[in-house]
Design a binder for this molecule. Structure first.
Ligand code: PLP
Length: 442
C-alpha cells in the first residue's frame, strides 16, 4: 500500500485523521471552518419539525395546526402580481429585456423606498444609502463580513437565532454553555420584568442587534427606548444593527417605524427591512439594508472609516442583484393600490393575533405581543418548561408553536404563537386551547 493510500485508510477514524494531518502534513482533505462545530446541534425549527413529523406518523388522522414558523400564508396582493406579470412580458422582448442589473438595486425601487419609508417619516435617507437584497436573513448575517472579529457583540435574549449563529460561524465566540449561551457574546435579557426592553449592557459593547417589533416577544421600542440606545452607541462608538422586518405591523402611532426617526441614529445605525412580512415576499425574496454614509467605524490604528463603501464593496462583489421582475413587484408595494392591499394583509394578520390573544387571556394565560407584531408571546402555565408546553400542546391539542427557550435562555418559560395563518385555523386553534386549558389554569 502506498503512503497516501495508507493515510486514507487511517482516515476512517476522524481523530486519527486529525493527528495524521498535523503530524505528517498529509493534506488529503480540505480543512473546515471549525466554528461551525460550535453551533448547537438541532437548530430550533428542525427539532420542531422532527417532533411534529414523529407525532403525525403516530397519529395520521390528527389535524395539526401550525402556529410555529413565521412564514406568511396569504397570497401576494394583486397589484404586485400585476407588476410582476408586466415585468415578465418586458423580459420577453428584445427592446425591454434586462440582463444583470445594478447589484445595489434598480433606482426605481431605491427611490420608492427612500421616498415612502424614510422621507415621509422625516428621515434623511438617500436612495444610494439603500441596498436591495434577497433577504434580511442573509443581510443580517452577511453584514459581519465588514466588521472586525474583536468587536464585542450584544444581542437581546430571547433573540432571532440568525444573529447569534452567524457570529458563531465567523468565529467571534467561544463554545456554548449548558444554557446555550456562547462565550464572548453579551446577552441582554428581555423578560416580562423589564417589559422585554433590556437595560444597557454593563460592559462596553461595539455592535448591538436590536429587533423591533421584536421576534419573538412582539415587543416594540418607544422613542425614549430607541433614543437611549442611539445615545449609548454615540457615546461608546458602537454600531446598532436594527432589524425592522416587522415594522409594518406597528399600530401605535407613537412608536417609531425606523431607527432613523431618532436624531443622530444615521451616524450609528444600520437598518434591515424586508418585503417578506408586509407584502408576503417570504418565497418571492426581496429586502433591503440601509447603510447611511455618516456611519463610521475605526481601523485598528484608530483611523475613522465610513462603513458605506465597505458594504458597497461587499455587496457588489458577492451579490449580483435581485431579479428585475421581483424588484418591479416590490416597487408596486408603494403604489396606491399596493399600499391599500398590503395594509389589508397586515390588518388580517393582526386580527388573527387579536383572536389568539383574547382566546389565551380568556383561559388565564399571561400574554404579550400581538398588538404591534404578528407574534404572541405567552408565559407557560405554572412555569412549565417551554419544550414540555410544546409537547403538551402538540399531543393534546394538535397545535404547533415555538418553545421560548429555543430563542435563548431568557425565553425559558415562554412560548411563541404566530398570527400567520388562515382565519379558520386560528379560530379552531383558540377552540382547542380553551378546551385544553380552560380547566387547567386557576
Ligand atoms: N429578521 C427577523 C427578525 C425575522 O424574524 C425574519 C424572518 O422570520 C427575518 C429577518 C428574515 O427576513 P427575510 O425573509 O427578508 O430573509
Amino acid at each position: 500500500m502506498s503512503v497516501e493510500a495508507d493515510a486514507r485508510h487511517i482516515s476512517a477514524d476522524p481523530r486519527i485523521l486529525k493527528t495524521t494531518l498535523i503530524q505528517d502534513q498529509f493534506h488529503i482533505m480540505a480543512l473546515i471552518n471549525e466554528n461551525y462545530l460550535k453551533l448547537k446541534a438541532g437548530y430550533l425549527f428542525p427539532e420542531i419539525g422532527r417532533r411534529v413529523s414523529a407525532f403525525c406518523q403516530a397519529n395520521p388522522d390528527a389535524k395539526v395546526i401550525r402556529l410555529g414558523i413565521g412564514d406568511v400564508t396569504e397570497p401576494l396582493p394583486p397589484a404586485i402580481i400585476e407588476a410582476m406579470h408586466k415585468a415578465v412580458d418586458e423580459m420577453g422582448s428584445r427592446d425591454t429585456f434586462r440582463g444583470y442589473g445594478p447589484e445595489q438595486g434598480y433606482d426605481f425601487l431605491r427611490n420608492a423606498i427612500a421616498e415612502n419609508d424614510y422621507k415621509s417619516r422625516g428621515c434623511e435617507i438617500a436612495a444610494d444609502e439603500i441596498f436591495v437584497s434577497d433577504g434580511s436573513k442573509c443581510d443580517t448575517g452577511n453584514i459581519l463580513d465588514i466588521f472586525g472579529l474583536n468587536n464585542r457583540v450584544a444581542v437581546q435574549d430571547p433573540v432571532y437565532p440568525v444573529y447569534v449563529d452567524t457570529n458563531v460561524m465567523v468565529g467571534r465566540t467561544g463554545a456554548a454553555n449548558d444554557a446555550g449561551r456562547y462565550e464572548g457574546l453579551t446577552y441582554l435579557p428581555c423578560t416580562a420584568e423589564n417589559e422585554f426592553n433590556p437595560d444597557l449592557p454593563k460592559e462596553k459593547v461595539d455592535m448591538i442587534y436590536l429587533c423591533y417589533p421584536n421576534n419573538p416577544t412582539g415587543a416594540v421600542a418607544s422613542r425614549e427606548t430607541l433614543t437611549k440606545w442611539v445615545d449609548y452607541a454615540r457615546s461608546e462608538g458602537a454600531i446598532i444593527l436594527f432589524d425592522a422586518a416587522y415594522e409594518a405591523f406597528i399600530t401605535d402611532p407613537e412608536i417609531p417605524h425606523s431607527i432613523y426617526e431618532i436624531p443622530g441614529a444615521d451616524e450609528v445605525a444600520i437598518e434591515f427591512r424586508s418585503f417578506s412580512k408586509n407584502a408576503g415576499f417570504t418565497g418571492t425574496r426581496c429586502a433591503f439594508t440601509v447603510v447611511p454614509k455618516k456611519v463610521v467605524g475605526t481601523t485598528a490604528d484608530g483611523q475613522k472609516q465610513a462603513i458605506h463603501p465597505l458594504w458597497n464593496r461587499r455587496h457588489t462583489t458577492k451579490f449580483n442583484g435581485v431579479s428585475y421582475i421581483i424588484q418591479r413587484g416590490a416597487e408596486a408595494v408603494y403604489s396606491p393600490a399596493g399600499k391599500e392591499q398590503t395594509a389589508s394583509l397586515i390588518k388580517f394578520y393582526l386580527e388573527n393575533a387579536s383572536i389568539l390573544r383574547n382566546g389565551l387571556e380568556s383561559v388565564g394565560f399571561e400574554v404579550y405581543g400581538g398588538v404591534n407584531a404578528p407574534y404572541i408571546w405567552l408565559k407557560t402555565p405554572n412555569g412549565m418548561p417551554s419544550w414540555d408546553f410544546f409537547d403538551q400542546l402538540l399531543n393534546k391539542a394538535h397545535l404547533v408553536g415555538t418553545p421560548g427557550s429555543g430563542f435563548g435562555a431568557s425565553g425559558e418559560g415562554y412560548f411563541r404563537l404566530s398570527a400567520f395563518n388562515s382565519r379558520a385555523n386560528v379560530e379552531e386553534a383558540v377552540v382547542r386551547i380553551k378546551t385544553l386549558f380552560g380547566r387547567l389554569i386557576a
